[in-house]
Design a protein around this ligand. Structure first.
Ligand SMILES: C[S@@+](CC[C@H](N)C(=O)[O-])C[C@H]1O[C@@H](n2cnc3c(N)ncnc32)[C@H](O)[C@@H]1O
Length: 494
């Protein structure tokens, strides 16, 4: 029988001590073996004098690499103990054991994530927990960009400094918890930039919280008051779930949105440049936003597309040249309880220093904008265009950058009330959506799996798009009171 014993710096439980005493094989990292007393010189030799309660004559394997230790556990015929950190069932060794078909009794200690939040004096049932250990850190970092309370399990190549560097430009503070439960335990609150300027002791866990930090500070138990419950509580972003359930009934910081392709009334867009709900529905489907993704909304206007992506859990950067509209994006994001980074400025120049996106929506900007976005090779790009001639050019620009492309003319007519309870149809302006996906990069219900909507985009090398109300890529033009039945101009999708 294998017993997995979690360790968090506190004394081992009686059950764990008994498992160790009975074990004929003990496997673990050096620091765990030392803490458990299994590496005392007397113990490494079979049959030598034992500390009471420690394994008599047990074989001890110091884990440098996982595979040999797991092989030894699989071969071993007596009782074995595997020492691991914290709760081994939470981002830990239990998954690996199960994948190898090995059964185990698990004796958990407190997870490093729980300890970090406890030391910081914060509740964490609303936190997201991500691992950057031994994997591409981009999804983990994107979760930190999107959510106000995230714990990052760090690893080689993605420690506090790397997490801090990736959060440059986002309003975040880091709480770095080093050597939790150990003699050198330390909690430090710092800015993302501050995290890049120093070296950190392993092992560590990073809490990434919304809001800017106070002055750099090493925390101890007496200084916990410098932490406040998140300064900008997440509002209604995750409205999925039973009505009135509120927070605190389901762990984790992200819910599926309660709805999408929201009516235009859900966004402040005084100058009528908003992408209509029906168009947004298809655009969102092709973008496939979700946790771990970074989405660019280029030519964001009211921010409706980016904000809806953020409601799905993606990190979002909204690029918008018009300062008033930037302010509106901020207001709309706040209204929907999501965190959207707003980059004021003209694309493509404004795109140059941004982190690469996983998906991008181009709602404004000329041919050079589509080309510049495609050059960054997000897996999925959706371009919205009002002008007939420009649709094929957008498709060609995507194809030239290596994308498989498709597109559709989205044409909807909404119910508009007539006297006596009847309805007529009020058309909204047709809009071309042209989308591209990188072959081999689609996942789940990504754009590569769509059901053949519309015609293929034709040749050409750019997608043109104006940006002003009433023309060009102002897809909202003509859909307002002047074209709709009086009093129904802004009726959104039901
Ligand atoms: C049709 S609107 C986008 C509507 C938006 N998707 C929404 O739902 O509100 C186009 C927007 O792109 C912006 N824009 C156009 N060209 C741009 C460029 N090169 N760089 C940045 N923003 C641009 C315009 O200011 C305008 O707000």
């Amino acid at each position: 029988m294998i017993t997995v014993v979690g360790m968090d710096g506190s004394a081992l439980s009686t059950q764990a001590e008994a498992a160790l005493a009975a074990a004929t094989l003990v496997v673990g990292a050096r620091r765990h073996l030392t803490a458990a007393g299994a590496l005392a010189p007397a113990l490494a030799t079979r049959g030598a004098q034992q500390t009471p309660g420690r394994p008599r004559g047990a074989e001890v394997i110091v884990l440098a690499e996982l595979a040999p230790g797991l092989d030894a556990l699989a071969r071993h015929e007596g009782d074995a103990v595997l020492l691991a950190s914290g709760d081994p069932g939470f981002f830990g060794i239990v998954r690996v054991l199960r994948e190898r078909g090995l059964d185990a009794v698990v004796l958990p200690a407190v997870s490093s994530v729980a300890l970090a939040f406890a030391r910081a004096g914060l509740a964490w049932d609303d936190a997201m927990v991500v691992s950057a250990h031994g994997r591409d850190p981009r999804p983990a970092v994107n979760v930190c960009r999107a959510h106000p309370k995230v714990a990052v399990l760090t690893g080689p190549g993605c420690g506090p400094a790397e997490v801090g560097a990736a959060l440059e430009g986002w309003d975040r503070r880091l709480v770095v918890a080093e050597d939790l439960g150990g003699e050198d335990e330390r909690l430090t609150e710092c800015s993302p930039a501050g995290a890049t300027r120093r070296t950190w002791a392993d092992p560590n866990v990073v809490l990434v919280l919304a809001g800017s930090p106070g002055p750099g500070k090493v925390l101890n138990a007496d200084e916990r008051q410098v932490h406040h419950e998140q300064r900008r509580p997440r509002a209604a972003a995750g409205t999925g779930g039973p009505a009135g359930a509120g927070a605190g009934w389901l762990a984790g910081g992200h819910r599926a949105p309660g709805g999408w392709a929201l009516p235009e009334e859900e966004f402040d867009s005084r100058d009528a440049v908003m992408t209509k709900g029906e168009v947004r529905a298809l655009a969102l489907a092709r973008l496939g936003p979700g946790p771990g993704m970074l989405v660019w909304d280029v030519g964001a206007g009211s921010g409706s597309v980016g904000i809806e992506c953020a409601r799905f859990g993606a990190a979002v950067i909204a690029v918008e040249r018009d300062a008033m509209r930037c302010a509106r994006v901020r207001g709309n994001a706040t209204r929907h309880g999501v965190d959207v980074r707003i980059v004021p400025g003209d694309a493509p120049q404004a795109l140059a220093r941004l982190p690469d996106p996983d998906a991008a929506f181009v709602g404004g900007g000329g041919p050079e904008v589509v080309a510049a976005v495609a050059a960054r090779q997000p897996a999925r790009i959706v371009v919205a265009l009002a002008a007939v001639e420009r649709a094929s050019l957008a498709g060609a620009a995507l194809a030239a950058a290596g994308y498989a492309t498709d597109g559709a003319l989205v044409q909807a007519a909404r119910f508009a009330p007539l006297p006596g309870g009847a309805h007529r149809l009020a058309a909204i302006n047709p809009v071309f959506l042209v989308w591209g996906w990188l072959p081999g990069t689609t996942e789940g219900t990504g754009p590569g799996e769509h059901a053949g909507a519309g015609d293929h985009a034709g040749a050409g090398d750019h997608a043109g798009a104006g940006d002003h109300a009433g023309a060009g890529d102002d897809f909202g033009a003509g859909n307002h009171a002047g074209h709709a039945h009086p009093g129904t101009g802004h009726g959104g999708p039901r």
